[in-house]
Design a protein around this ligand. Sequence first.
Ligand code: MOS
Length: 730
Amino acid sequence: MLGSSVSRIDGPLKVTGAATYGADFAPDGLVYGYVLTSTVGNATIRAMDVSAAESAPGVLAVYTPFAPLKLLAAAGPLGRMWLPLRDMEVGHHGQIIGLVVASTFEQARDAAMTVHVDYDVRPAVTSLVDAMPDAVIPPVTDGEPSVLTFLAEGVSSIEDALAASSHCVSATYSTPVQGHAAMEPHSTVARWDHGTMIVHTGTQGVDVVAADLAVTLGLDPSQVRVITPFVGGAFGGKVFTSAQTYLTAAAARELDRPVKVVLSREQTFSSTWVRSGTVQKVSLGADSDGTLNALAHDTWAARSALVELPGGEPSAHRTSRSWYASRNIAISHRLATLNMPPNAIMRGPGEATGSFALEVAMDELAVMLDMDPIELRMKNYATVYPGRNVPWSSKHLDECYSVGAERFGWHRRNPSPGATLDGDWYVGMGMATAVHPNFRSTTSAKITLRPDNMAEVSCSTGDLGTGMWTVLAMIGADSLELPLDRIEPHLGDSALPSAPLLGGSRGTANVTSAVHAAAIEIKRKLIDLAATHPLSPLRESPNIRYANGCLECGSQSLDFGALLRMVGSDGLDVVTSTGPGSEAQDYAFCTFGAQFCEVRVNRWTGEPRVSRLLSVIDAGQIINTKTARSQIVGGMIWGVSAALHEGLHLEPTGRLANGNLAEYLVPINADIKEAEVHFLTYPDHTHNPVGARGIGEVGIVGVAAAITNAIYNATSKRIRTLPITIESLL
Ligand code: MOS
């Protein structure tokens, strides 16, 4: 079962429109909210005139910082969140500064348009380059010191190590602010049901939203329930509880009416979360045989004026920190404050941006050394985690390179840049490394065996579109030795046994491990029931075994449903928790990949086209090969997007110039030709009993660098700024 290709069991629900996303919930008596957003980037609100809105048709309430909903500032599971309407400060254009609630959506929206706001406006800071001199070093970055240096004995500084290297490349790279652009806009439906707050909202963690709402609304955790069976894309943009959720829930309680708020497409860009832009300086020093003597990587990332979350793309910490076995490594992370929407994480946070800098720099070094880029990477292959000196639980990155080179036809690459022309098109190949960490988190799952011979598998995890419904059913089927159609999965409900938030590519590996453990326990419990219950036909039999849903003893066989019916049980269940063990001290855990790209660049127009992509991925045991492949392909397409299309432009006022799907460019089908995925499957039983590692993010990680390197190979133009524009290729 594990590793087979199974179509999504929720596919028919999705394609027929029967899947209920957050905004699809419509409790009786529903009223509608529309958020008011700031139209300046940096200001103090002086006054708000809401008189026209308050007397507009159908309006039930207008909440503003002058007439706020009560929200308690307290730390939830992810720290202290910014809460709307608590003061008069505006930190970014699009900040939520009010909520209008009315009988219909149109009434709420139209009334919101009549609100007049007076601001004391300050100049907005919108350029990372301008803000860099004021950047601060945060105390912690990605769980480590923000400035981190590992020097070989006798080496006094990274500068000395660079100076002592016979070959040195040093360059500055930059990446833009990006929006998650998930298909499903952020929304919240909240209902105050006799002392219980019931919420539906697209989120990466129903438990996180429930806990955040409990602390901000001053409720007992048992009084909040978040139910979200389907999420239409998240990518890090639904990790943190969004501002509209707090307001919607508080309004529902105050008005004692169910309230729905759905953000407009523009508001999902301006009023939720973004990925920070970065400026990164990378210096590589090597011996003439390619041995890395020094690796320095400094990151300046943007942080929103609004949030105190750690945030801000830990680019060096998630790449140069651990990717290569350099004798000397020095990394740093600095944060510069901009008047931009709050920065969250986004697919491959740190890795996707950091690899653009590191992996392009590696390509530049390979050119300088006249060395094959794969050979250079193999020359500096890390077998222990730098500074910790522990091995990875399972690492086959070397095989990713060799299998990838073979499958992609890397030997056909002409190492001379700009030398391959096919008609009007320059052709080039590039590659890059992709690494993403894995996180083992405490996870609980419940299995219920029912008298009708069905098994329920339950966990509060969600399905962001990744295929978790199917994965839950598959791991249930595999570990209970049952056909898939005898498993009933349940997820996306904070009342179910708790799962970690779906971030850091941790969903599948953690949830399957918990189900696996629960299956072992429920089998034991079932055998015990068969052996001890007075009405069991197997009572006092020795050596009862569980196989394929049946209890077996000698020549006797009894399916679990029959046993439960005989003993009059309406179901047998267990809840089991699993989490990290002592292995965390002895190993590092990462998913690895080698990513290859072929581009064609028009010699007259500079138009770049990605003609072929390949990822070879080492992610341990793959659970569902079909949806796993989709994850990697989706990541690669996003990598194309990052390389050639995406970037949010902050106008000097702080307004997003292109915060909409017409002008925020992402690839369409015609932009993607071949995107192939090959999995190496070495189950990683050191990481967890199922042997699976994460795959949600690794697919994006190296793609922008591979494309940039391929463009250099095609055109001899070295680009260090994303997205790559046609102008830069002319
Ligand atoms: Mo992912 S960016 O860790 O939600």
